[in-house]
Ligand binder design. Structure first.
Ligand code: PHE
Ligand code: ZN
Length: 848
C-alpha cells in the first residue's frame, strides 16, 4: 500500500497497543534482492489497553504467508500495514515476507552497503523488515537466526549457536523494535575484553571491512573508557556477554545504539593518525561514548513514544558531554558545545522549524532528530543538575534507573524521579520541554553604596504554533570581579522564575564587574549594556573560562558588526585584547586557538537581522576577510614564534597535543595571508598526520593558494573514501562567494561523487550550504543547484533530502530578491511528483 495524504500524529492521542509480546523469533534467509524474513511472535492481550484492533506496521514488504495459531489467514492490507482478526487470549502469529536489501537506497530497514548487509531501524525502519507493532512501547525478547553464506552473521544479544551458513542470537533484555539490528558480511574484527565492576567478562569487537582493521584501536580504547566511566559516574554496568560495534560506509546518521550491536557510520569510528584529524578523534571518542551510554539511557529504559525522543537523546548527549569533559578539558569542551548550540539550535529556534524539545505533533519523526531535541535537550539536563546540585542529581538518576528499568517511559516519569528524590516541584521547570524558542534575558545593573543589584527580564519570541510564552526557570551563574581584577564573589547560581526579577549583592567595597551566565548556565541570549573596555577587562580577569572566551567573542562580534553596518575600522582594543590572550603562556593552547576564531558568517547574519539590519552575505564575507587580514598584520610579530613553540612531537590524539596543533594551525592560517603560503607548504610536505596535512592545505586554500597541493592530496588519497570526503568539503568550503556553486557543481560530476553515499553528498552539498556567502550569492546559483540536487536525491534517500533542506530555514532573514529566489526553489521542490513525506513536511514548514 502506498502513502495517501501525510497524516499528522499528536502526542495527546497516545494510546497503548492492544497486545503484549511474550517472545519474538525471527529467521532471516539473506539474499540481495529476495531476503526472506520469517517471524513467529507470541502475542497476549494487553490488560491496560482498550483498543483491541490488531494492526501491524509494514512497509515495502511482500507478504508470502501468515498464520494465527498455525491456521493460514488472509490479513487485510491497509495503509501502512495490515489488520487481522485474532483470538481473545494469547496466540501465535507467524508470517513470511520478502524484501530486497540491494535496492534499498533509503538506508532504512535492511539494506546493503558495499556487499555487506546492515540494518537501521530507528525510528520506524523495522516495519520495512517484517510486519510488527513498530512502536517503542512494545518491548520484547528477541531470538534471531541469520542464514547466509557469509563469514560474519551478527544480531543483538548473546550468541547461542553457530554453524555452517547460520548463526543464532538471543537478547534476554526486552527491547523495542527500533533497537533491532542485523549485520552480515565479510568483516574482520578488532577484539578486546572488558571486566565489569561485578566481575563479568565482556567480549568486545569492532567489525570492519578488510583493510580497515588497523583503524580500530582508538575506538576500542574509547569504548573501554566509556564502560568504566558509566560504572564510576552513574553506577551503570554492561549487561550482556558481548558488545559489538560495526563500521558501515553508507549510513544516514552518525551511529546507532542497537542493543549489543552498535552500528556506526565508518566516519564516526575509524581512525588513524594519517587519515583522521584531531577533531575526528575527539568526535569519535564522544560518539562511541554516546552510543554506549544509550545502553542504559535509551535501551534498558526507553521512550514510550517518539515525542519523548529527548528523554533518551538529551540525556545521552549530556552524558557524553560530561564524559568528554572528563577525558579532555571541561572548559574547552563547554566552549565547543556552546558554539554548536548557537550555530545549530539557536538558528533552528529562530526560524520556521522551531519546535519544543518535546514536540507535540509530527508528520515524519525522522525530521525531529534535531539540534533542539539533542543539544537543547542536553542543556535542560545540565540546568536541572545545576539547580538541584550534583548529589541530588545522582540520587534522582538512581531512582529513575531503579524505578523504570525495563520500561518505556515519558518526560513526566523522568522529572517525577527528581521531584521524589529532592522534594522539589519541577512543574515550572518542565516548560523547558514544551516551550519552543530561545529566551532573551535582559540584564540591568544598579549600584548603591556597596550594594549591586542585577535586574533580569526574560521574554521568549513567538515560534510557529506558540504565541504567548510563559516565564521559565533560568539558572543564572554569576560571579563578581573587583576593579583590581580579584574575584570578590565566586560563582553563585541565581534562580530566576519570574518575568522580571532582581538579585542583590551587599557589602561590596568598590563597584565590581559582573560576570554573568558563567559556564553558559542556561540556553538563552543574554542582552546587557556592556562596553568594549568592560569586555576586555573580563577577558583579562574572569575566572570562568567560558565567560573569558565569550568576552573575546563579543569583542570580535562587535568589531565585525560595526565594520559591516558603519564601515568602521576595527578598534585596537579588540586587536590588543586578542593579542594578549594569544601570547599568554599560562592559558591552554586550545583555549587560545578558540579565542583567535571569529564568529561565523551565519551567526553574524542572524545578529544583524536581530538588530534590524537586513544581512548582506557578501558584505559579511568581506568584513570577515578584512578582519582576518588586519589580525594577521597586527599579530605579525608574534605569529612566527607561536608557530614554532606549538610544534608537537610524535602525534598523540590527546587534549594536549590537539590543543597545540589547533593553536598552531590557527596561527598558520593568519601567517599564510602574509608569507605567500611558504610556511603552510612546508608543513604540507612534512606532515605525517592528517591534522597537519589538512590544516596546511586549508590554510593555503583560505589564502587563495593550494591548487597544486589539492591535486597532490587527491592523488595520494583517492583510495580512501573518508579522506576524499575531506577533499570534497575543503574545496567547497573555501570557495569564494562567486564560485562556490560552480565548484560544487563541478565536483558533483567528479567520478568519485555519488549521491547514494550520505557522507559524500554532505561533503559537497552540506559544505555548500555552510559556505554562507557562497550559498547566498546574489546570482541564486547555489539555491538552484541545491534544489536540483535535492529533487534528485529525494527519490533515493528521503531522510538526507529532508535534513539538507534545512539549508533554506533562514530564508526570511534576507532581502526580497533572495527571498523570492528561495521561495521559488522551495515551491519547485514541493511540486515534485511523488515527493517523500519527509521532504514534503520539511519544505512545507520552511515555507509556512
Ligand atoms: N539514535 C541515534 C543516536 O543518537 C541516532 C540515529 C537516529 C541514528 C535515527 C539513526 C537513525 O545515537
Ligand atoms: Zn543518541
Amino acid at each position: 500500500m502506498k502513502d495517501a495524504a501525510p497524516q499528522t500524529i499528536y502526542l495527546k492521542d497516545y494510546t497503548p497497543f492492544g497486545y503484549r509480546i511474550e517472545s519474538v523469533d525471527l529467521t532471516f534467509r539473506l539474499h540481495p534482492t529476495a531476503t526472506r524474513v520469517i517471524s513467529k511472535i507470541v502475542f497476549a492481550p494487553n490488560p491496560e489497553a482498550t483498543d483491541k484492533r490488531f494492526f501491524l506496521h509494514g512497509e515495502e514488504l511482500e507478504l508470502i504467508s501468515a498464520t494465527v495459531n498455525g491456521d493460514p489467514i488472509t490479513p487485510r492490507l491497509v495503509e501502512g500495514g495490515l489488520e487481522a482478526d485474532v483470538p481473545e487470549g494469547p496466540f501465535i502469529w507467524e508470517a513470511e515476507v520478502e524484501i530486497s536489501p540491494q535496492t534499498n537506497t533509503a538506508l532504512e530497514g535492511l539494506y546493503m552497503s558495499n556487499g555487506m548487509y546492515s540494518t537501521q531501524c530507528e525510528a520506524e525502519g523495522f516495519r520495512k523488515i517484517t510486519y510488527y507493532p513498530d512502536r517503542p512501547d512494545v518491548m520484547a525478547v528477541f531470538t534471531v537466526r541469520v542464514e547466509g553464506d557469509l563469514p560474519v552473521l551478527l544480531s543483538n544479544g548473546n550468541p547461542v549457536e553457530r554453524g555452517a551458513g547460520f548463526a543464532v542470537w538471543h537478547d534476554p533484555w526486552p527491547k523495542p523494535s527500533y533497537l533491532f539490528a542485523l549485520v552480515a558480511g565479510e568483516l574482520i574484527n578488532h577484539p578486546d575484553t572488558f571486566t565489569t565492576k561485578s566481575g563479568r567478562e565482556v567480549e568486545l569487537n569492532i567489525w570492519v571491512r578488510p583493510g580497515d582493521e588497523d583503524k580500530c584501536a582508538f575506538g576500542m580504547e574509547a569504548l573501554k573508557k566509556s564502560m568504566k566511566w558509566d560504572e564510576d559516574t552513574y553506577g551503570r554496568e554492561y549487561d550482556l556477554d558481548i558488545f559489538n560495534i560495526v563500521a558501515v560506509d553508507d549510513f544516514n546518521m552518525g551511529a546507532m545504539e542497537n542493543k549489543g550491536l552498535n552500528i556506526f557510520n565508518s566516519s564516526c569510528v575509524l581512525t588513524s593518525k594519517e587519515t583522521s584529524t584531531d577533531a575526528n578523534f575527539e568526535r569519535i571518542e564522544g560518539i562511541i561514548a554516546h552510543e554506549y551510554f544509550h545502553n542504559w539511557t535509551g535501551n534498558r529504559i526507553t521512550c514510550r513514544d517518539w515525542f519523548q525522543l529527548c528523554l533518551k537523546e538529551g540525556l545521552t548527549v549530556y552524558r557524553d558531554q560530561m564524559f568528554s569533559g572528563d577525558m579532555r578539558s571541561h572548559a574547552v569542551k563547554r566552549i565547543e558545545e556552546v558554539m554548536i548550540l548557537r550555530a545549530r539550535q539557536f538558528r533552528e529556534d529562530n526560524g520556521p522549524l522551531a519546535h519544543p524539545v518535546r514536540p507535540e505533533s509530527f508528520v515524519e519523526i525522522n525530521n525531529f532528530y534535531t539540534a533542539t531535541v539533542y543539544e537543547k535537550g542536553a542543556e535542560i539536563i545540565g540546568m536541572l543538575r545545576r539547580l538541584i546540585g550534583d548529589e541530588a542529581y545522582r540520587k534522582g538518576c538512581d531512582l529513575y534507573f531503579d524505578r523504570h528499568d525495563g520500561q518505556a517511559v515519558t518526560i513526566e516519569d523522568w522529572l517525577k524521579a527528581f521531584e521524589d528524590a529532592t522534594g522539589r516541584d519541577l512543574a515550572q521547570f518542565k516548560q523547558w520541554y514544551s516551550q519552543a524558542g530561545t529566551p532573551r534575558l535582559k540584564m540591568e545593573e544598579s549600584w548603591d553604596d556597596g550594594t549591586l543589584t542585577l535586574t533580569f527580564t526574560q521574554s521568549t519570541p513567538p515560534t510557529p504554533g506558540q504565541s504567548g510564552k510563559k516565564p521559565q526557570v533560568i539558572p543564572i551563574a554569576v560571579g563578581l570581579i573587583s576593579p583590581n581584577g580579584d574575584e570578590v564573589v565566586p560563582t553563585t547560581v541565581l534562580e530566576m522564575t519570574e518575568a522580571q526579577q532582581s538579585f542583590t549583592f551587599e557589602g561590596l567595597g568598590a563597584r565590581p564587574v559582573a560576570s554573568v551566565l558563567r559556564d553558559f548556565s542556561a540556553p538563552v541570549i543574554l542582552e546587557r549594556e556592556i562596553d568594549n573596555d568592560t569586555r576586555a577587562f573580563l577577558l583579562a580577569h574572569d575566572t570562568d573560562p567560558f565567560q573569558k572566551w565569550e568576552m573575546g567573542r563579543a569583542l570580535a562580534k562587535d568589531t565585525l558588526m560595526s565594520m559591516i553596518v558603519k564601515g568602521t575600522k576595527p578598534s585596537f582594543a579588540y586587536l590588543d585584547a586578542i593579542k594578549s590572550v594569544l601570547v599568554d603562556d599560562g592559558l591552554d593552547p586550545a583555549f587560545r586557538a578558540l579565542s583567535l576564531g571569529l564568529p561565523a558568517q551565519d551567526d553574524l547574519a542572524q545578529s544583524l537581522f536581530d538588530a534590524g539590519v537586513t544581512p548582506d552575505p557578501q558584505r559579511i564575507f568581506e568584513a570577515r576577510e578584512e578582519l582576518r587580514h588586519l589580525l594577521s598584520a597586527h599579530l605579525r610579530e608574534v605569529l612566527p614564534a607561536l608557530y614554532k613553540e606549538n610544534e608537537t612531537g610524535a602525534f598523540v590524539p590527546d587534549a594536549e597535543g590537539s590543543g597545540k596543533r589547533s593553536l598552531r594551525l590557527a596561527v598558520l592560517s593568519l601567517l599564510s595571508l602574509r608569507d605567500e603560503g611558504v610556511t603552510a607548504r612546508a608543513l604540507y610536505k612534512r606532515a605525517d598526520n592528517m591534522t597537519e596535512q589538512a590544516g596546511a592545505l586549508q590554510a593555503l586554500l583560505s589564502a587563495g593558494l593550494g591548487t597544486e597541493e589539492l591535486q597532490a592530496f587527491e592523488a595520494q588519497w583517492k583510495g580512501d573514501r573518508l579522506v576524499m570526503d575531506k577533499w570534497f568539503t575543503m574545496q567547497v568550503a573555501s570557495a569564494v562567494p562567486e564560485t562556490a556553486a560552480q565548484v560544487a557543481e563541478t565536483l558533483s560530476r567528479h567520478p568519485a561523487f555519488t549521491n547514494k553515499n550520505p557522507n559524500r553528498f554532505r561533503a559537497v552539498f552540506g559544505a555548500l550550504s555552510a559556505n554562507h556567502a557562497g550559498f547566498h550569492h546574489e546570482s541564486g546559483a547555489a539555491y538552484r543547484l541545491l534544489a536540483d540536487q535535492l529533487i534528485t536525491l529525494d527519490a533515493i534517500n528521503p531522510q538526507i533530502t529532508a535534513r539538507m533542506s534545512g539549508a533554506f530555514e533562514t530564508w526570511k532573514r534576507y532581502d526580497a530578491d533572495r527571498q523570492d529566489m528561495i521561495r521559488a526553489e522551495l515551491e519547485r521542490i514541493l511540486a515534485t511528483p511523488g515527493l517523500s513525506r519527509d521532504t514534503t513536511e520539511m519544505v512545507s514548514r520552511i515555507l509556512a
